[in-house]
Design a binder for this molecule. Structure first.
Ligand code: M7G
Length: 318
């Protein structure tokens, strides 16, 4: 690895084929965003350098997410050498410029959801958030009926489990029907640098919706995901377990058990205390009490126009 003079080796992603970062995708002859007509901006952030747009593609609702990607340390020499600079201002020892990078070093990560449902649009719309405290009883009488009726489709999850989609992206597979899982990059990660590493472990079992369903019966599954997930990430990406945040969301968006593996250096959306539950805590809680997640009250955030929030209000819980 190159060293840039400050003693810190340049970080780049290790792949198993070679040590270079490669673009695996091909350029598309027809761009899915070329005919996109913008309806409104759902959310944007100058700090996070992303924008969420609602619009239409051929009369179908769609959401497009554009996000500037982090600057990769391993491309710095090329970036500095081969870009053109335009001077903006100069004052004493200070000067600012516009740097026009070569196209291949200046990409925007683009996510398209099409057709998008109203629920997708709401998920990305910037909204006021409220914390809700849900008892075990509330889960069974309010949340569970809601999930059964109104949650996001799990088709993308089943496509992965049946290798109908993203099969070439699978990093690790344990085929055991009870304790097995797939490990693959979350679609929030472009895999160009390890600073924002984000992988998902998706279990084969289809009968575990979320943290609420877990009992000590699932301890072998959770322990297997933790040890094989961490081991694979260490071998494949050179990231030790001490640099990984491994957690479950409650509430998740998708009610099929999955576990998030993110770099501790990356403030991943949803990694705050109100939504993320560390896998190591979950394992210890279940070891101490098999019904821990059946019985305890759980607090989580809901957006203002989330129908689940309305259900809690109607039940007089807010
Ligand atoms: P979650 O905790 O259910 O909800 O996590 P969240 O989306 O509110 O965090 C689901 C995770 O799956 C998220 O981190 C998503 O970025 C990721 N994800 C969602 N979809 C639709 C896909 C997909 O099609 N492929 C992959 N690889 N990841 C996805």
């Amino acid at each position: 690895m190159a060293d840039f003079g400050n003693g810190t080796p340049a970080k780049k992603l290790k792949t198993d084929t070679d040590n270079e970062c490669k673009d695996t995708g091909e350029f598309l002859s027809v761009s899915p965003v070329a005919g996109f007509e913008i309806t409104r901006i759902l959310r944007d952030s100058a700090r996070e350098k992303n924008i969420f747009i609602h619009g239409k593609v051929k009369d179908q609702d769609a959401v497009v997410i554009l996000e500037k990607t982090p600057i990769r340390q391993d491309t710095l020499p090329e970036l500095l050498k081969s870009s053109e600079l335009k001077l903006e201002m100069r004052n004493d020892v200070y000067s600012t410029y516009r740097l026009h990078a070569p196209a291949h070093l200046n990409q925007i990560k683009t996510t398209v959801v099409c057709p998008a449902t109203e629920k997708h649009v709401k998920k990305y719309l910037h909204q006021e958030t409220f914390l809700v405290e849900e008892s075990g009883e509330d889960y069974r009488t309010i949340t569970l009926p809601y999930i059964s009726e109104q949650s996001f489709s799990l088709q993308w999850v089943y496509n992965i489990l049946e290798k109908k989609a993203e099969a070439d992206r699978i990093v690790f597979e344990d085929p055991d029907p009870d304790t097995g899982f797939f490990l693959l990059p979350d679609f929030k990660w472009d895999q160009k640098q390890i600073e924002d590493l984000y992988l998902l472990a998706i279990v084969h079992r289809r009968d575990v919706k979320s943290l609420r369903d877990l009992t000590s019966e699932h301890l072998p599954l959770l322990a297997n995901i933790r040890s094989k997930g961490e081991d694979t990430i260490q071998k494949r990406f050179g990231v030790p377990s001490s640099k990984l945040r491994v957690y479950l969301h409650y509430q998740p968006s998708y009610y099929h058990l999955h576990i998030h593996f993110t770099s501790v250096d990356y403030e991943a959306p949803g990694c705050g205390v109100e939504r993320a539950h560390l896998l190591s805590d979950v394992i210890q809680n279940l070891q101490a009490d098999s019904s821990y997640y059946h019985n305890r009250s759980m607090t989580f955030p809901l957006r203002a126009d989330d129908s689940l929030l309305l259900k809690f209000k109607e039940a007089g819980k807010l």
